[in-house]
Each structure stands twice: as C-alpha cells, then as structure tokens.
Design a protein around this ligand. Structure first.
Ligand SMILES: Cc1cc2nc3c(=O)[nH]c(=O)nc-3n(C[C@H](O)[C@H](O)[C@H](O)COP(=O)(O)OP(=O)(O)OC[C@H]3O[C@@H](n4cnc5c(N)ncnc54)[C@H](O)[C@@H]3O)c2cc1C
Length: 409
C-alpha cells in the first residue's frame, strides 16, 4: 500500500519556463502525482520568437510539451478557469475539475497597451508563435503590395515602426532590416525603400543596462539600418499613423507640447507587458505596488500555503525574466518535494540574472551588474546559454534544429 506522502497531488498551471521546470524536476522523485495544465500544446521559447518573424521555423522556437515529460507527468491541454481553495479543486474550460493538495500558478504575462488610443487594435505583435507568423506574412505582403506604387507610397508601405526599445523590440529591430531588404531584393523591390524606426519614451535603448551598453547597441542598430528615436512617447495609433510626443524637446515651461506624426503601414508594439490577468482572480491574492502577486519567502500566498506562485507573476526582485522563472521553478520543485518528505524548506533567494540580447547577425550585448560585453563573444555566450537550456528539456536532434541558422521566408 502507498503511504500518505506518495499520494500528494501537485497541479501546475502554465507550461512555460517556470511550470516546465517544476513539473520536470518534481516528477523525477516519483512521490508526488504531478499534473501540468497548459492551454498550449507546445512550449514557446519567447526569447527567440523574433526569429520566427525573420525566417526561423516553428520547430526552431517551440517544443511539444508531450516530448518534454516522461509518463510521470499527467499533461492536460486545457485552460484554467477558476479555483475553489476550500475544496482544493481547479476548474478547467472543458468543465473538468482537478483536485490538488498543492497548486503552482505559473501563468506568465500578456501585452499591456497602457490604454494608448488605437494601439491594441492597429498594432502588430509577435508575442506568440501565431502572432509572429502572422506578422511575418503581413510584412512580406507589404513588399508584394509595394510593387507598382509611387516612390512615396512604396516608402510608406515599407516603413515599419517598432514601439519599445526593450529586449524584444531591440532584438527584432536588429534582425528585421537585413531580412526585409533581402526579401525585397528577391521580390524585385528596391531595398532602399525599406525603413525601420525604433521608438521609446525612455532616453536610451535598453534603459535597464549601463549607458555604455546602450550606446554600443544604438550604433549596432544603426549599422543594421534602424533609426532610433529616444524620448518619444506614443499617444495614439490609427493604422496608418502614430502620434508621439517628443519628450526631449517639449517646452514644459511654455505649456507647449510638441506632437509629431509618423506614417507607416506597420506598427509593432513591444513596449509593455503585465502579468496574466488570471492571477488577480486567485482567491486571496494581493498585488504588490509593481502589480505582481505578493508572496511569502517560500513563494506561497500569505493567506494559503498550498497555493504557490511562480515566474512573471511573483512579486520578487528580478521577476519578468525567463532566468528568474527557471530559477523559481527549480526552487519550487525542491521546496514542494521537501515539504512532502517533511524536510525543512529554505526560503527562496532571488538571483540577479544576466541580459544577453542579440542585435543583428553574430552580435550581442551582455550585461551582468556593471559588466558589459559586446560583439561576437556575447553572441556565442547567448548561443551556449540557449543550447544548455534546450539540452535540459528536449532531444539532441531537436536542439540541433533549434540552433540552426534561420533559413525559411
Ligand atoms: C518576446 C519576448 C522576449 C523575451 N526575451 C527574454 C530574454 O531574452 N531573456 C529573458 O530572461 N526573458 C525574456 N522574456 C521574458 C520571459 O519570456 C518571461 O519572463 C518568461 O516566459 C516567464 O515565464 P513564466 O513561466 O512565468 O511564464 P510563461 O513562460 O509565459 O508561461 C506561462 C504559460 O502559462 C500558460 N497559461 C496562461 N494562462 C493559462 C490558463 N488560464 N490556463 C492554462 N495555461 C495558461 C501560457 O499559455 C504559457 O504557456 C521575453 C519575453 C517575451 C514575450
């Protein structure tokens, strides 16, 4: 007969960076019954989604969840809808009710448009495999449609504005110029008609890294044909046009606000994310000032120690990064296993991650605390970090596929 500890049901909601790590590691010890609920059949490797826009295949940026886990994990493809914390049950969209002893909520993030007029409706995004593929198809269509237009009309059709010079906007901007110019050439369209702007309300690109790093990235973007507009706050987007406030030259004293209009047929929004709105409906949740879930040092809710929060949702330092989500997933696998075994559980110790952002071909910027490394070396480090992570969750042959150069158009 199985003893009490063998019967604990651990349910993880969300098959992203944090959820995968908890499920994978916790299922190894075999004492808990581990269930992972995910609304997607595949794990999407967000840091490389921009590559899907510039020629990678779906196989290169995603991994089927069923191939990641052994039979020790019950995988349910469904959407979590609600929780009864008294009965300890979770209800899924299909109507299935899943009982739990411990639940890990690892729901990730969603875009935040900050209420900017028309932005959600008119801008494009690449924050999922589906959206990235749709964006690529749209951009290629602009090239086709520019044929036969006057020079001015073609320039507008081939003008792309990326809003948000954070990691995802910067990565995409660096890769998009060479890709679109190459595609234009193939289609018999003058590549000089293509233009890409990167806009941000902050005074410099990648404002989270030291200024020296931002300068190196700005120069690299320029080399890849990108024009950077810093200090430009976007006010509205109407499909053909975005209006922005030039914050650097706005005359606050005279009360005059300088509003400019940029015309472009493609506006890509990368300027904001917020934690999944589903976190807010977990019973007993309280949000921190930074709009993340308040957690105890053991990553449980203060009001219910059977509900764990992991990844982007946690109100801990350095949340919002894949590295933090992986780290928390690893912590929770040990913490929950120890708890089941009756072993003391240490507190979670937040770790500061390292940024490595590719900008164009074979060039990246690395930043850890005050250290800044740029160029091929940083690019190789990013390649190794990606490879190491892929090796931990997928087969060797799939790792090779994921690391291959982007080829398709
Ligand atoms: C374009 C982009 C580029 C990025 N680049 C980097 C980078 O270079 N470096 C870095 O460190 N971080 C990067 N990040 C951030 C990083 O991807 C996130 O911090 C990380 O994904 C958070 O992991 P998570 O497990 O909390 O959530 P996720 O990985 O987002 O996983 C959450 C999962 O939960 C699922 N889900 C949500 N709601 C439900 C529901 N109701 N029912 C069932 N399933 C549900 C989602 O479909 C998703 O699969 C990037 C993010 C984006 C969007």
């Amino acid at each position: 007969m199985k003893n009490q500890t063998e019967q604990k049901k651990v349910v993880i909601i969300g098959g992203g960076f944090a959820g995968i790590e908890v499920a994978r590691l916790l299922s190894k010890d075999g004492l808990a019954e581990v269930t992972l609920v995910s609304k997607n059949t595949c794990f999407q490797y967000y840091p490389n989604l921009y590559r899907l826009v510039v020629g990678a295949t779906v196989n290169q940026v995603s991994i089927p969840l069923s191939s990641i886990f052994s039979k020790k994990v019950n995988l349910i493809i469904d959407t979590y809808v609600s929780m009864d914390a008294t009965q300890k049950t979770l209800t899924l969209k299909s109507g299935v009710v899943v009982p739990y002893d411990y639940v890990v909520m690892a729901l990730g993030s969603e875009p935040n448009y900050f209420g900017i007029d028309g932005m959600e409706v008119h801008s494009k995004s690449f924050l999922s495999v589906e959206k990235a593929l749709a964006l690529k198809a749209y951009l290629l269509q602009q090239i086709t449609d520019s044929k036969g237009l006057s020079t001015d009309e073609a320039k507008k059709k081939l003008h792309t504005i990326i809003v948000g010079a954070g990691p995802s906007g910067t990565e995409l901007a660096g890769a998009l110029g060479p890709f679109l110019k190459g595609e234009a050439k193939k289609a018999g369209v003058d590549p000089k008609l293509i233009s890409i702007d990167l806009l941000d309300s902050a005074p410099r690109v990648l404002s989270a890294i030291p200024e020296k790093g931002s300068q190196l990235v700005t120069a690299q973007l320029k080399k890849n044909g990108v024009t950077v507009y810093s200090n430009y706050g976007v006010n509205a987007c109407d499909g053909d046009c975005i209006s922005v406030t030039d914050r650097a030259s706005t005359e606050v004293a005279s009360g005059e606000v300088k509003t400019l209009r940029f015309e472009a047929s493609t506006v890509i929004w990368t300027a904001g994310t917020k934690i999944s709105t589903v976190f807010a409906i977990i019973p007993g949740v309280v949000m921190t000032e930074k709009k993340r879930v308040q957690v105890t040092p053991k990553l449980t809710l203060p009001t219910d120690d059977t509900i764990y929060i992991a990844g982007d949702g946690t109100g801990t330092p350095y949340s919002g990064l894949a590295q933090t989500a992986i780290d928390q997933g690893q912590y929770l696998a040990t913490a929950i296993s120890n708890r089941i075994h009756g072993i003391a559980v240490a507190d979670y110790m937040p770790k500061q991650g390292t940024f490595v952002i590719p900008v164009g071909k074979y060039w990246a910027i690395l930043n850890h605390k005050t250290l800044v490394v740029s160029g091929l070396l940083a690019f190789i480090i990013r390649f190794i970090v990606d490879a190491k992570y892929f090796m931990s969750i997928t087969s060797f042959s799939h790792v090779i596929t994921m690391l291959k150069k982007d080829t398709s158009a």
